[in-house]
Design a binder for this molecule. Structure first.
Ligand SMILES: Cc1ncc(COP(=O)(O)O)c(C=O)c1O
Length: 451
């Protein structure tokens, strides 16, 4: 049974109504809306050059559409459209959600938007009252999520993680003791948890199925929503494609999970297309917001996706995921081998992610004790060590990794680390980069403790 989540709406969402400029129903003569006349669209056809599954994505095929043979596709991709998106693409998305995420309540729905970053902003505006509201996140979290929170002046609290991800018991304890805890009781009870359960950014960790189920139980008990931001879901590089880890949607019987999918990591970020799967109440409110902001996700991007998916077919799409996963698997292995060889194991540990694009390098702070003359607190010292390594690595060795503190909401955590990504750099640069970064760590260590 879906619950009534209307009390979660922000003041802004409560004021937001459907636009009067709704699209005319099929069969109606519209002398109303200002849609440009299709005769005025100069686009008469599209040819894409796309790698084909038959060639194991080594060669490309031409995929063509033209106005004579495919008038509907070409014209609707030029025209204003509603938030349901292009017809075939909409059907593809619906099947994609059913096949992969298996929502288990009746009236789930979805909306197509312009990338996960835009979806997150729209969700915040739908749910958050600036200054007043409280949100929970993982102790290390996506830096752009933290930056999205800033202008909303959100009260943010983080949940502890271990090497296997967010700790459901810590979440439960925080929520159970909310009004007895001196640090939390003056803030409003949290509205939602933001989490990245698969190939987490920045740590690369994937949450087990058991912890996912536990999270849902806790959020049901305490009546908070979950935003499941999952752009790395298909980079399950060590898994058999038939045995994917379940989405949180699979455990959601009430409609409290808002899942964000993105085509950025699965295909191309330049398309700017995302999918939000959620209960119908939230979907309709997001549609009202689309009408007065992005209007719809780019129709041309949707047409490109529609053409590619039609051409590949379901099997071709599955082959694409295999192909993608094999590329990232190879890259991850190269980076891990380089880390095994070049990073100083006395001073760091790192994980071996099975999903996503990231490896987390943890600095062993017990090997970097505070200097006797230092006035720093423990957390300031952790930041100092991280800053020093980053400075030497970037200035002397010309290699950059992301600083752990960029991903921390709570800067008082006594933790230092770095996010490395194996997605982008040339393969030999990953090896050189690992060697240089290892040298930078050793340099900082020697400069502090060699006398
Ligand atoms: C967790 C997470 N969410 C969202 C995004 C952004 O996705 P999009 O390109 O769809 O805006 C990223 C990209 O790095 C990400 O890591």
């Amino acid at each position: 049974m879906t619950k009534d989540f209307s009390t979660f709406f922000s003041n802004e969402a409560n004021l937001r109504k459907a636009s009067v400029m709704a699209h005319p129903a099929p069969g109606t003569i519209s002398l109303s809306t200002g849609l440009p006349n299709p005769e005025c669209f100069p686009l008469k056809g599209i040819t894409l050059n796309v790698e084909s599954p038959e060639s194991s994505f080594q060669k490309s095929n031409e995929i063509k559409r033209n106005i004579i043979d495919n008038p509907d596709e070409i014209i609707s991709s030029c025209q204003y459209m509603d938030s349901n998106g292009l017809k075939y693409f909409n059907e593809w998305v619906k099947n994609y959600i059913i096949d992969n995420f298996k929502p288990c309540y009746q009236n789930w729905d979805f909306i197509i938007q312009s990338g996960a970053t835009q979806s997150l902003d729209a969700l915040f505006r739908m749910l958050i009252n600036p200054i007043e509201d409280t949100i929970l996140c993982e102790s290390l979290t996506y830096s752009c999520f933290l930056e999205t929170c800033i202008p909303f002046k959100i009260n943010l609290f983080s949940i502890k993680m271990d090497e296997n991800g967010i700790l459901p018991d810590d979440l439960n304890q925080l929520l159970t003791n909310w009004y007895n805890n001196e640090n939390t009781k003056k803030f409003k009870f949290p509205k939602l948890l933001y989490t990245m359960p698969t190939g987490h950014n920045p740590t690369g960790i994937t949450l087990s199925s058991e912890r996912r189920e536990k999270l849902l139980e806790i959020c049901n008990t305490h009546n908070i929503l979950i935003i499941e931001d999952d752009p790395y879901y298909h980079l399950q590089i060590d898994d058999d494609n038939s045995k994917h880890i379940p989405s949180l949607l699979k455990f959601d019987t009430e409609g409290r999970v808002i899942r964000i999918d993105s085509f950025s990591k699965m295909l191309m970020p330049g398309l700017r297309v995302s999918i939000v799967t959620c209960n119908k109440l939230f979907r309709d409110k997001l549609a009202n917001h689309n009408e007065l902001s992005i209007h719809s996700a780019s129709a041309s991007s949707q047409l490109i996706l529609q053409m590619i998916f039609k051409d590949w077919g379901h099997d071709g799409y599955l082959k694409w995921l295999d192909h993608l996963q094999s590329i990232y698997r190879r890259r991850r292995n190269i980076m891990l081998e380089a880390f095994d060889k070049y990073l100083p194991h006395k001073l760091v540990t790192y994980n071996r992610p099975i999903h996503g694009m990231f490896i987390w390098i943890n600095i062993k702070l017990n090997e970097f004790p505070k200097l006797p003359n230092s006035n720093y607190s423990d957390s300031e010292w952790a930041t100092f060590i991280e800053d020093q390594i980053h400075k030497i690595a970037s200035e002397k060795y010309k290699v950059i990794l992301s600083k752990g503190h960029w991903f921390m909401h709570d800067k008082s955590l006594i933790q230092a680390g770095f996010r490395a990504t194996y997605s982008y750099s040339e393969e030999d640069n990953m090896i050189k980069g690992a060697e240089s970064f290892g040298n930078a760590i050793n340099d900082v260590y020697s400069s502090l403790y060699s006398n």
